[in-house]
Design a protein. Structure first.
Ligand code: NDP
Ligand code: 2IT
Length: 443
């Protein structure tokens, strides 16, 4: 049996209760097969794949907090420090009721290769909690974040592990987490990224994942003889990634016609009114159903998904496994030419394979959404040198990084005879650096 199959089979037995983790590993290892086969004996002897798929450490802790009525609640906190071969652990914190160890492990595993692709010195990690922030007051959010940090602060540090935002964690939560870290440690340092601009945050970090997604998408389109200008774009989600993806898509001349949240989705044939979405989501923390109050001609649906509308480019920006085979079939039938993942693993393996087989350009999340963590790494650099760069400087670096990432995918895919397969390209290019660093540092 091949080394890849052997490792996959072992993981499938051991982690049968972690389907998202297995999905992420299966996708990566399967597309790495040609690279592994070329070095099979060396990698098997060094147990390289076993070492890459077993986190360095997995920290689980109790998070007790008090709501506004004096009721005590208990959630589970997680931090998975997956791999620090090329730099300190780096990756977001997710607050969502669906969070469990398997989800944090899938995100941490993806993060290793994503961070490697940025070309910056950051390892892979991820954390979060099954806490549901929906409907909670600012005070309750602060109570939760402080309790979460009471435990987490022991394990993180600017040269050790640097968390940031993800689903349910934005500037407000990072502020409370940073305040509590500072209180507990006494250190004012770059231990978190996504900080506010008045206390060490970087310009462009808020926009970075969405903007970066569009920079990479534009590069992929141009390389294949297309341009974003004049294209119709379908976006899912209406959070941090979706909003700034939509903003940059419009700046590049496209029209965005859909956005969604966990209760429904809007179709606005005239183009989404982003000011309205920002007010509903960023200011009021409300539901997208309110969009019709701003744009009475738009459609609001609670059934189905955004992928049923006619579009040229689809950008899934909400959550994992939100674009299924039937959605991929609908996209292809409607003439979609490109899918780029703003979210982490939003496309199922079957849907990805169908899109690729149908000739749709497909940019996987670990490349396409790497602009967020890349700009986090730029925030770390600015914190270290105690300087702040201008918006234009950071944006130019972000654009360079995203174009370079696309070049790496394209090049790695070609080197292994899989031209245009950017999934394989991303996995191979991300893996090469981590594998070399891991082997160089011994057991
Ligand atoms: P936000 O919390 O800002 O927004 C998440 C959006 O997705 C909301 O519209 C939310 O709807 C929707 N959503 C979340 N969970 C579900 C679900 N189970 N079903 C349907 N809709 C859902 O998160 P981000 O925008 O930061 O993150 C979105 C995706 O991008 C995630 O996959 C994340 O891992 C990834 N990502 C984020 C980066 C970042 O820098 N923030 C960087 C790289 C990737 P509702 O409001 O109803 O909850
Ligand atoms: O999935 C991701 O890359 C993020 N949530 C951002 C991580 C970071 O450290 O900025």
């Amino acid at each position: 049996m091949s080394y890849v199959s052997e490792v996959l089979q072992g993981l499938e037995v051991k982690f049968a209760s972690q389907p998202e983790f297995l999905q992420a590993v299966r996708e990566v290892l399967t597309s790495l097969a040609p690279v592994i086969e070329a070095n099979e004996e060396k990698y098997r002897k060094a147990a390289l794949l076993e070492r890459l798929t077993e986190p360095d450490r997995q920290i689980l802790f109790r998070v007790p907090w008090v709501d506004d009525n004096g009721q005590v609640h208990v959630n589970t906190g997680y931090r998975v420090q997956f791999n620090n071969a090329i730099g300190p652990y780096k990756g977001g914190l997710r607050l969502h009721p669906s969070v469990n160890l398997g989800i944090i492990k899938f995100l941490g595993f993806e993060q290793i290769f994503k961070n490697s692709l940025t070309g910056l010195p950051i390892g892979g990690g991820k954390g979060g909690s099954d806490f549901d922030p929906k409907g909670r007051s600012d005070n309750e959010i602060m109570n939760f974040c402080q309790s979460f940090m009471n435990e987490l602060y022991k394990y993180i540090g600017p040269d050790r592990d640097v968390p940031a935002g993800d689903i349910g964690v934005g500037a407000r939560e990072i502020g409370y987490l940073f305040g509590q870290y500072k209180k507990l440690s006494g250190d004012y340092c770059g231990v978190l990224t996504g900080k506010g601009l008045t206390y060490g945050g970087s310009l462009v970090r808020t926009q970075a994942t969405g903007y970066g997604l569009l920079y990479l998408t534009q590069e992929m389109l141009k390389t294949n003889g297309h341009d974003l200008a004049g294209k119709t774009v379908a976006i899912s989600g209406s959070g941090n990634v979706a909003i700034y993806a939509a903003e940059k898509a419009v700046q590049l001349g496209a029209k965005v016609v859909t956005m969604s949240d966990s209760t429904g989705w809007v179709y606005d044939a005239e183009g989404i009114d982003l000011d309205a979405v920002k007010e509903i989501k960023e200011v009021k923390r409300g539901r997208l159903a309110e969009y019709k109050n701003y744009r009475p001609n738009a459609e609001y649906h609670t059934e189905g998904r955004v992928w049923s509308v006619k579009c040229d480019v689809a950008l899934p920006c909400a959550t994992q496994n939100e674009l299924h085979l039937e959605d991929a079939q609908a996209l292809v039938a409607n003439g979609c030419i490109a899918v780029a993942e703003g979210a982490n693993m939003p496309t199922t393996i079957e849907a990805t394979e169908y899109l690729q087989a149908s000739g749709v350009l497909f940019a996987p999340g670990k490349a396409a959404n790497a602009g967020g963590v890349a700009t986090s790494a730029l925030e770390m650099s600015q914190n270290s040198e105690r300087l702040s760069w201008t918006f234009e400087e950071v944006d130019a670096k972000l654009k360079d990084i995203m174009v370079n990432i696309f070049r790496k995918l394209d090049d790695a895919a070609r080197r292994y005879g899989m031209e245009g397969n950017y999934v394989a390209g991303a996995n191979i290019a991300g893996f090469e650096k981590v594998a070399e660093a891991t082997l160089a540092q011994g057991i």
